[in-house]
Design a binder for this molecule. Structure first.
Ligand code: SAM
Length: 345
C-alpha cells in the first residue's frame, strides 16, 4: 500500500539574517517613510498565518523593506509574490532574496498608492465576485503614514471592483497603528466607533487578529500595532455609491458627541437645513437622538438611502458642501466683497 503522499514544500536556502541584511546594505530606518522593521521571524510567520493558506497562492506584499515578512510569505508556499517597495535602498537585498527563490519573487520599485495592481497578476486567477475569494492575497506591514489613505482607497476599489479587486474578493492582511486597528473593527456603541468602522464594515468582514507590541519593531514606534484581516463581502451592506456613503458618514461623525441629527443637518443648505433633515430622518426612520457612535450599519444604510432619494429630487444637493457655503458667507461679510465672494474694485 502506498504511504501518505508527501506535500512538496518550499523552504528558502540559508540566507543572512534580516539583521545582517540591514547591516550589509546599511539600511538605516527612515522616519519620513515610517520605517519600523520586524526582525522576529516568529512574528512575521504569525502575521502570514492570519492570511490563511498561501500554498501556491499569488501575493502582493506592501513595503517589504529588508524582507522579513517577505521570507515568511515565501516559506508559507506562495507561488508568485510581487513586492512593491518605495525606497530604492531595499531593492538590492530584495533582488538577492529573489535569486534564492527562483521564479517566485517579483520586485517592483514603486509607490503602492499609484501602483496599478489590476495589471500585476494574470487574468486566469480571476474569480466571479459571488464566488469564493481568488487565490490572491495582499499582505503588508504598512507604513503608518500611508495606511489610512491606502485602506480608504482600497475600500473604494472594493466598492467599484477595481484595482486589486478586478480579480474578485481579494483578501487583505495588514498592520495598522493599534488605535486605527481598533477603529476599523469597532462595533456599534463602542468608544472607538468611527467613520472608518462603518466604511470598512459595510464592505468587508473585518477581523482583528492580534496586537504586536511596539517593542517588537526596530526602531520602536511610539505605539503598538494591530493586525487586521479583511474579506470583501459578496453583497455590501449598503448598496449606494461609495462617495455618497462616505459623505453621509463624514457628516454624521462631524459632531461625535452630539445627537446624530446635528451632523445630518449639515448635508443641507442653510435655507432648507431643518426641513430636509427632518424629511431625511423621517424617511430613514432612525432615532435622531442617537449619538453617531450608536448608529448601526442598517441605520447608516437607511440614512444613505434617504439621502440618495432626496438628492434625486433636489438638483445640486449631492455636491453641496456646507464648508463651501460657510466660506462664501464669510467672504461676503468682508467689506467691499460682492455677493459671489469676489472683491469689488
Ligand atoms: N515589511 C518590512 C518589515 O516588516 O520589516 C518593513 C515595514 S516598514 C513599517 C514599511 C515599509 O514600507 C518600508 O520599507 C518603506 O520604505 C515602505 N514604504 C513606505 N511608503 C511606501 C509606499 N508608498 N509604497 C511602497 N512602499 C512604501
Amino acid at each position: 500500500m502506498a504511504g501518505p503522499r508527501k506535500i512538496a514544500s518550499f523552504r528558502l536556502p540559508p540566507l543572512p539574517t534580516i539583521g545582517e541584511v540591514i547591516k550589509l546594505y546599511n539600511l538605516r530606518a527612515e522616519k519620513q517613510l515610517s520605517q519600523n522593521f520586524l526582525l522576529d521571524m516568529r512574528l512575521t510567520d504569525k502575521i502570514v498565518r492570519q492570511a490563511g493558506s498561501l500554498r501556491d497562492a499569488h501575493v502582493c506584499e506592501v513595503g517589504p523593506g529588508p524582507g522579513g515578512l517577505t521570507r515568511s510569505i515565501l516559506n508559507a508556499g506562495a507561488a508568485d509574490l510581487l513586492v512593491v517597495e518605495k525606497d530604492n535602498r531595499f531593492i538590492p537585498g530584495l533582488k538577492l532574496l529573489s535569486e534564492a527563490a527562483p521564479g517566485k519573487l517579483r520586485v517592483v520599485h514603486g509607490d503602492i498608492l499609484t501602483y496599478r495592481m489590476d495589471r500585476g497578476f494574470p487574468d486566469v486567477i480571476t474569480k466571479a465576485w459571488e464566488d469564493d475569494p481568488p487565490d490572491l492575497h495582499i499582505i503588508g506591514n504598512l507604513p503608518f503614514s500611508v495606511s489610512t489613505p491606502l485602506i480608504i482607497k482600497w475600500l473604494e476599489n472594493i466598492s467599484n471592483r477595481t484595482g486589486p479587486f478586478v480579480y474578485g474578493r481579494t483578501r487583505l492582511t495588514l498592520t495598522f497603528q493599534k488605535e486605527v486597528a481598533e477603529r476599523l473593527t469597532a462595533s456599534t456603541a463602542s468608544r472607538q466607533r468611527s467613520r472608518l468602522s462603518i466604511m470598512a464594515q459595510y464592505l468587508c468582514t473585518v477581523k482583528s487578529c492580534f496586537t504586536i507590541p511596539g517593542r517588537a519593531f526596530i526602531p520602536k514606534p511610539e505605539v503598538d500595532v494591530g493586525v487586521v484581516h479583511f474579506t470583501p463581502l459578496v453583497q455590501p451592506q449598503i448598496q449606494k455609491p461609495f462617495k455618497l456613503v462616505e459623505k453621509v458618514v463624514r457628516n454624521v461623525f462631524q459632531f461625535r458627541r452630539k445627537r446624530c441629527r446635528k451632523g445630518i443637518e449639515m448635508l443641507f443648505p442653510e435655507a432648507q437645513r431643518l426641513e430636509l433633515a427632518e424629511v431625511m430622518m423621517r424617511e430613514a426612520d432612525v432615532d435622531p437622538t442617537l449619538r453617531p457612535t450608536e448608529l448601526s450599519i442598517p441605520d447608516i444604510r437607511a440614512l444613505a438611502d434617504a439621502y440618495s432619494h432626496l438628492c434625486s429630487e433636489n438638483q445640486g444637493l449631492l455636491t453641496y458642501d456646507f464648508r463651501e457655503e460657510l466660506r462664501l458667507k464669510h467672504l461676503n461679510r468682508r467689506p467691499g466683497s460682492s455677493s459671489n465672494g469676489t472683491q469689488q474694485p
